[in-house]
Design a protein around this ligand. Structure first.
Ligand code: LMR
Length: 398
């Protein structure tokens, strides 16, 4: 049966974890995957999560099947975070949300649903984008192409090129947008540029699919929702995949959601019915624990505050690591100006390191980064910062 099976390449991001785990060097550092580690190099279990988990453990709830679309309280909490507690869309019944297996699971059920709806549409992702965007939409049967996005010269968004490209797309094209903390570049559009993108989507009748995996990692929960809010105010229909992997540090619990903004309540009922079929044939219904914990935190004012404070702490620490890296590189006599690292948003820096330089970091120093030069700043701490800065200084000096 399997004689003809070819060996697949390692996943460009999660494959790095496998290689990192197999590395015996004590000084190794994993700057590959987008995971927040605390100052001690550990993945934190947030205090708000601990409180909610303790209560769940004590209540010992039964473990029946969830609804196909997941936990209703969780789904409502997701909607409020994305759209705002007093969103008119919610009041009008224009939002369908299904709990999903992380942000990836949300993208996948969205992609499968879209394929049934618009079989011939092409999907456009930013150049560059999260590696799994292309793989995932291709796996759902779509042809995937890039739209211009990152400008390596300015280290910002080449908005003129992006807009011109989007204006040339066929109606019904699906356009995947990073709602904040662009992965991998950390370069986000301004609010005014987002408003222009919304208008282009309207003018060209595009299908916007916003991916929101890092809400809270740029400026905070509300400011990071700007893109979603602009789309919601537009009257357009669109998709949002969202994730609590990073913001709740619940990676392995797979806690995400797909939200679809429809034209009206009737459309919502029909969309939900189809989405449920997609979910049922993928994994039937989502697991209970992670969604219940997030729902408990978000529906308790005290726990929610505790969570937002902890999330703020992560944001501040990542910023400090950005500044620390820039000044360490400078003090090591690196001529190249790395100050752009402090302007990038979210967990990542798109360093401009080449694949060959990234390979030297791995081979000579046990420092793992994505071959595109993306590093995760959230894996730096006071103990490994100098080591990483030394290594980068050596590779860039060549
Ligand atoms: C990343 O980009 O590193 C994260 O989103 C983790 C993943 O699933 O790839």
């Amino acid at each position: 049966i399997f004689a003809g099976v070819a060996l697949a390449p390692r996943d460009p991001i999660l494959g790095l974890n496998e290689a990192y785990n197999a590395d015996a060097r004590a000084t190794k550092v994993n700057l590959g995957v987008g995971v927040y580690f605390d100052e001690n190099g550990k993945i934190p279990l947030l205090s708000a999560v601990k409180v909610a988990e303790k209560a769940r453990l004590e209540a010992m709830p039964p473990r029946g099947y969830q609804a196909i679309e997941g936990n209703a309280q969780y789904n409502q909490a997701v909607q409020k975070l994305l759209l705002g507690a007093d969103s008119e869309l919610l009041a009008a019944g224009r939002v369908v949300t299904a709990q999903a297996l992380g942000g990836t699971g949300a993208l996948k059920i969205g992609a499968d649903f879209l394929k049934g709806l618009k079989a011939d549409a092409k999907v456009y992702i930013s150049d560059p984008s999260w590696e799994n965007h292309r793989a995932l939409f291709e796996a759902a049967g779509f042809v995937v192409e890039n739209y211009p996005y990152y400008d390596a010269e300015t280290r910002g968004v080449n908005f003129a090129a992006m807009k011109a490209f989007l204006l040339g797309l066929a109606p019904g094209s699906v356009i995947v947008l990073h709602a904040c903390c662009h992965n991998p570049t950390g370069a986000d559009m301004s609010d005014a540029q987002w408003a222009e993108v919304v208008e282009v989507c309207r003018e060209r009748a595009l299908v916007p699919f916003l991916d929101m995996a890092y809400q809270g990692f740029a400026e905070g929960i509300e400011p990071d929702a700007v893109a979603v809010r602009l789309f919601s105010a537009s009257g357009l229909q669109f998709f949002v995949s969202s994730s609590f992997s990073k913001s709740f540090s619940l990676y392995g619990e797979r806690v995400g959601a797909l939200s679809i903004i429809t034209a009206d309540k009737d459309e919502s009922a029909r969309v939900l019915s189809q989405l449920k079929r997609v979910i049922r044939t993928n994994y039937s219904n989502p697991p209970i624990h992670g969604g219940a914990v997030v729902a408990a935190v978000l529906s308790s004012p005290e726990l929610r505050q505790m969570w937002e404070d902890e999330l703020g702490g992560m944001r501040v620490r990542i910023r400090a690591m950005r500044e620390g890296l820039v000044s360490a590189l400078k003090s090591k006599g690196v001529a190249q100006d790395f100050s752009f690292v402090t302007a990038q948003r979210g967990m990542f820096s798109y360093t401009g390191l080449s694949a060959a330089q990234v390979e030297v970091l791995r081979a000579d120093y046990g420092i793992y980064a994505v071959s595109t030069g993306r590093i995760c700043l959230a894996a730096l701490n006071q103990n490994n910062l100098a080591y990483v800065a030394d290594a980068i200084a050596e590779v860039v000096k060549g």
